[in-house]
Design a protein around this ligand. Structure first.
Ligand code: KIV
Ligand code: ZN
Length: 512
């Protein structure tokens, strides 16, 4: 068996299915470039048949990415599979990932199909996909809750039809490590042609065991592909986290004995990019990429680390891309220094026009903030205004008054479809007043379900990064904004969310 572990990143597909995490084509492309820099083996770029927007995103990623395999999900039907193949046509290396549910519950209640019908459809789908591309992955959805006898029958048949990867999803995060590992081992032992495919694990984190389950699937079950997402992004409690699984395999090389292609120094930049793009904040105590992951607060730990690093550290922060809050640039830094720093951080903007916009925003920030950190630069390049896409609402300026005993008041200027609009309002606090002033004009009627403020580089001199989650007519979107003034950051985040509400194309639910 190979000792190479394939990393299949599904941030742009399963991660994006998380309510509020939907991304534009340009955002997906920017993240795909970062994933390529990270050297992930397979990028699941989306679900081409789910919407025109996702089709275009898969297509542009397929046309751009050269090193990683680009994959599209598709239901097990000819239309979805053809759409996936069409979107992937320009890829250097492409994969179609087709799936159908195999658990009794899903077949009976969701698909309303008999096991024999599912069996035939799975075979037919893989046969059809193999006529279009060489590399076909098959997933029995809710595989872990499926009857092993039925699963053996289906998997043996799809391998015979030419499936090159067999993925066993724990769709609802029900598995526990040892049992999941044995489940996969049992399938591989029983299926006569199991050695003709690479086996893959796909675990959800509902019981907090997605990484442990995935590693058991590898170690006990013999899987050689892990499906995962940056920051563990994904529906409900998320998916297996890429950074955790990668660092576990690297750090415990003595136990796993596996090799990986991943270039770990790009992990932190990828994490920041995904968090800032989707508005899903990384918890401070998150392994590897959380702000506290390498911070030693207790005196005993600090003393130990100063004397000998490995007393309390099993990984080195700098190896995964942490750059100890270095002041990197200031207001006198030129365009070349800025561009070089972007390169050093592994950030590649797609055009000179984007570099120019990011540099103009950097200069504007440097006028207001004397020390610019890597985190500030990452926030700048994730900013919507850098992207080439024209947004409906834009921030222009804000003035607000707040004084103890007085009701705060805000006056805001925004652009709406290119036209300048002035609006003002009172509110419970300056943020509330500013957002009410925006809402007075926009009248979106959206409900705010989350508001959070985070200091980008950890002190009061830092930029505030605000995340706003809005819900309207069953749609949920996250907006992110950053600025040294948190009231302005809040207004920017709110406008960002409104833009997403305006532009988001509805996705079709999987197997809907
Ligand atoms: O969780 C799941 O079952 C999936 C499949 C579509 C692979 O995401
Ligand atoms: Zn999934």
């Amino acid at each position: 068996m190979s000792d190479q572990l394939i990393i299949f990143d599904t941030t742009l597909r399963d991660g994006e299915q998380s309510p509020g995490a939907s991304m534009t084509r340009d955002e997906k492309l920017r993240i795909a470039r970062q994933l390529e820099r990270l050297r992930v083996d397979v990028i699941e770029a989306g679900f081409a048949a789910s919407s025109n927007g996702d089709f275009e995103a898969v297509k542009s990623i397929a046309n751009t990415i050269k090193e990683s395999i680009v994959c599209s999900l598709s239901r097990a039907n000819d239309r979805d599979i053809s759409r996936a193949a069409e979107a992937l046509a320009g890829a250097k290396r492409s994969r179609i990932h087709t799936f159908i549910a195999t658990s009794p519950l899903h077949m009976e209640k969701k698909l309303r199909m008999t096991p024999d019908q599912v069996f035939e459809q799975a075979k037919q789908a893989v046969r059809f996909a193999r006529n279009l591309v060489e590399d076909v992955e098959f997933s029995p959805e809710d595989g872990y809750r499926s009857d092993p006898d039925f699963l053996c029958r289906v998997i043996e048949a799809v391998i015979a039809e030419g499936a090159t990867t067999i993925n066993v999803p724990d769709t609802v995060g029900y598995a526990v490590p040892e049992l999941y590992g044995l489940f996969i081992k049992n399938l591989r032992d029983r299926i006569p042609n199991s050695d003709k495919a690479i086996w893959s694990v796909h675990c959800h984190n509902d019981l907090g065991m997605a990484v442990a389950n995935s590693l058991a699937g590898v170690q006990i079950g013999g899987a050689r592909q892990v499906e995962c997402t940056i920051n563990g992004l994904g529906e409900r409690a998320g998916n297996c986290s890429l950074e955790e699984v990668v660092m576990a395999v690297k750090t415990r090389q003595d136990y796993f004995g596996l090799t990986l292609n991943i270039d770990i120094k790009h992990i932190v930049a990828a994490s920041r990019m995904v968090s800032q793009t989707t508005g899903f904040v990384v918890q401070p105590n998150k392994a590897v990429v959380g702000a506290n992951a390498f911070a030693h607060a207790s005196g005993i730990h600090q003393d130990g680390v100063l004397k000998a690093r490995d007393t309390y550290e099993i990984m080195r922060a700098e190896d995964v891309g942490w750059s100890a809050n270095k002041i990197v640039l200031g207001k006198l830094s030129g365009r070349n220094a800025f561009k070089q720093r972007l390169q050093e951080m592994g950030v590649e903007l797609s055009s000179e026009a984007e570099v120019n916009t990011a540099f103009a925003n950097f200069k504007e920030l440097a006028d207001r903030k004397s020390e610019i950190f890597d985190e500030d630069i990452l926030a700048l390049v994730s900013d919507e205004s850098v992207s080439a896409e024209k947004e409906h609402f834009g921030f222009v300026s804000l003035a607000q008054q707040s004084e103890t005993g007085e009701r705060p008041h805000a006056r805001i200027v925004i652009t709406s479809a290119g036209k300048e609009i002035k609006s003002e309002s009172d509110g419970n606090g300056p943020v509330d007043a500013s957002l009410k002033a925006i809402e007075k004009h926009v009248q979106s009627g959206a409900e705010m379900v989350l508001y959070s403020v985070n200091a980008i580089s950890g002190s009061t001199e830092s930029q505030g990064e605000v995340t706003v989650r809005l819900q309207n007519n069953g749609r949920v979107v996250n907006g992110v904004g950053s600025d040294p003034d948190i009231v302005v950051a809040s207004a920017k985040a709110y406008l960002n969310a409104l833009n997403k509400l305006q532009s988001k194309v509805e996705r079709v639910a999987a197997q809907g």
